[in-house]
Ligand binder design. Structure first.
Ligand code: PEP
Ligand code: MG
Length: 566
């Protein structure tokens, strides 16, 4: 376990550490999700033949009830929470899963055991596929538990609703649970598993509650004990000194209030401008990010997310309509649109991805033009169409660029349509050759999620590797420094649009490394803006130098914090 500055442990014992995800300090009693039902799988064929059809109907009815409840909760939620709930409801109605369970019931297996066994088959399949599919294993198990509880007449499993504001500790959280959380009652999240891009992390960011993931020793934090969660330092401490920790929690809450009241434009205390932008997935998320006077545009529109369920390539007109919605959410402001980042963890049905042993390093992102050059042409045509009229000119960038030639070819196609070309820097080769790549395009945006994954050779989805997939790794910072210097030398914009841009402390380091815009979940922007406004550019530069020179991610955080205090 790493050492923690005693000034930040408030006399707690033990203090366990993990990967910090959402900054903030919360203090309260620890709760854990309720027990999940364990159906008896021992006895296979016990349902008499005459009753098997009725048993199948019982399963279908239970699945229907569960899907209905989740859909109803989705209709009361919004944004990512609603999407997660709707997707989980979809799993409960999945024909493949119901069919597999129905077949087992046909052989005489009771419905609860059949639901569990069918889930196992799908878990195995999803795990083998890996990436985003593997991430859905938690959802599958969650649906199973809900359906089994319904069949057994047990209460719906999941998160209890506490009477007092509480800290939720769990191995991992099912998306359907986290999506329904009330931030007034669940004031912090701490999990043993899950990486910085897990569902838990995404929802915590959306709710704006402190969150730490990948805490190997979380078992040392007993249910019912009083604890604190420091989402900035990545610590959870048991039985802290009440007075000291409440004072610190009050200060953290005041900071959160000040962040909520923050208004753009983004700039350091001495007036150095930094654009603070939003990452969006469609028109709805763009409109909800567009609170007047707060964020100054879109730094990353992940277009592939809008098409994950499409069997066929959307027409140019359909695409143009969608892109127009996003452009219109920020009239006259900067809108950066990324061409399809299909493949790996985001396969698209209309791109016939081949089976690959190592899809994260396979035909993904810009590389799909090797299979389907026309898909990119159509998308660029649609973007140009979307921008017609007096709309602002879109900034268009390609994902997964690894060579200068790829950047040159992309830039040519974008310029030919009158738009502003850029590329993402998320492959180390692009960072190393940033000067040559920047000479070909008008801007770059650093995707720190993938840049970290590829620099550290650590799968960004792996909970075991969360300490490696940490953008504070000094090797990653060194690559960003190289890109920032190339951007400054050529007078071109260097953005960051990975999750690193959501961390207020790291944002200062990034600005010190020469980054000119920061784009992340819209909710994260104000805290980043507030923090930047409290430091000077020289302090950011000093923090950047200290963090880059550090020999570990934790040492980089500590060094940056110290430099910013001076
Ligand atoms: C990134 O890799 O940091 C990025 C922004 O792209 P995505 O998360 O969509 O892969
Ligand atoms: Mg990426």
């Amino acid at each position: 376990m790493q050492s923690v500055d005693p000034a930040h442990t408030y006399g707690a014992d033990p203090v366990v550490t993990g990967t910090p995800v959402v900054a903030g300090l919360a203090y309260g009693p620890v709760i854990r999700p309720g027990d999940r039902p364990e159906p008896d799988l021992g006895d296979a064929a016990t349902i008499p033949e005459d009753d098997r059809d009725a048993e199948k109907e019982r399963l279908a009815a239970a699945a229907d009830t569960v899907a209905g409840r989740l859909t109803e909760r989705a209709s009361r939620s919004s944004g990512a929470a609603a999407e997660v709930l709707a997707a989980t409801a979809g799993l409960a109605k999945d024909r493949g899963w119901l069919g597999a369970a129905g077949k087992l019931i046909g052989d005489g297996t009771p419905a609860p055991a059949a639901a569990a066994a069918a889930t196992e088959q799908f878990v195995e399949m999803f795990t083998k596929v890996g990436g985003l599919m593997a991430e859905r294993v938690t959802d599958l198990k969650d649906v199973r538990d809900r359906v089994v509880a319904e069949l057994l007449g047990l209460p719906e499993p999941g998160i209890p609703t506490p009477d007092v504001p509480s800290i939720l500790c769990a191995d991992d959280l099912a998306p359907a649970d986290t999506a329904g959380l009330d931030p007034g009652r669940i004031i912090a999240l701490a999990t043993r598993l899950g990486g910085p891009s897990s569902h838990t992390a995404i929802i915590a960011r959306q709710l704006g509650i402190p969150c730490v993931v990948a805490i190997a020793d979380l078992d040392q934090v007993p249910t019912g004990a009083t604890a604190f969660v420091d989402g900035g330092l990545g610590t959870v401490g048991v039985n802290p000194d009440a007075e000291a920790v409440s004072a610190a929690a009050r200060a953290a809450a005041e900071l959160a209030e000040r962040a909520a009241a923050w208004r753009g434009p983004g700039r350091t205390a001495d007036g150095h401008e930094v654009l603070i932008l939003a990452n969006v997935a469609d028109g709805a998320s763009a409109r909800s990010a567009a609170e007047p006077g707060v964020l100054e545009g879109v730094g990353l529109f992940r277009t592939e997310l809008a098409f994950l369920d499409r069997a066929d390539e959307p027409s140019v007109a359909d695409q143009a309509e969608l892109y127009r919605e996003v452009i219109d959410a920020f009239p006259g402001q900067k809108v950066v649109i990324r061409t399809l980042d299909a493949g790996s963890d985001k396969p698209l049905k209309f791109v016939d991805h081949r089976d690959e042993a190592n899809p994260a390093m396979g035909v993904r992102g810009n590389r799909i033009i090797a299979l389907h050059p026309e898909i990119r042409e159509h998308q660029l045509d649609a973007l140009a169409q979307a921008a017609e009229g007096d709309r602002a000119t879109p900034w268009v960038m390609a994902p997964m660029i690894a060579t200068v030639a790829e950047a040159r070819e992309f830039a040519g196609q974008v310029r030919a349509r009158g738009m502003i070309p850029g590329v993402m820097v998320e492959v180390p080769s692009a960072a190393i050759q940033a000067d040559k790549i920047l000479a070909e395009v008008d801007f770059v945006s650093i995707g720190t999620n993938d840049l970290t994954q590829y620099t550290m050779a650590a799968d960004r989805m792996s909970p075991e590797l969360a300490s490696l997939t940490d953008p504070w790794q000094p090797a990653v910072l060194s690559l960003i420094e190289r890109v920032g210097a190339a951007g400054a030398a050529q007078g071109k914009q260097v953005g960051v649009c990975g999750e690193a841009a959501a961390d207020p402390l790291l944002a200062c380091v990034l600005v010190g490394l020469g980054v000119t815009s920061l784009s992340a979940a819209a909710k994260a922007g104000p805290a980043v803006g507030l923090q930047l406004g409290s430091v000077t550019l020289d302090q950011c530069r000093a923090a950047a130098a200290a963090a880059t020179a550090a020999d570990s991610a934790q040492a980089a955080r500590d060094a940056a914090r110290t430099a910013l205090r001076n």
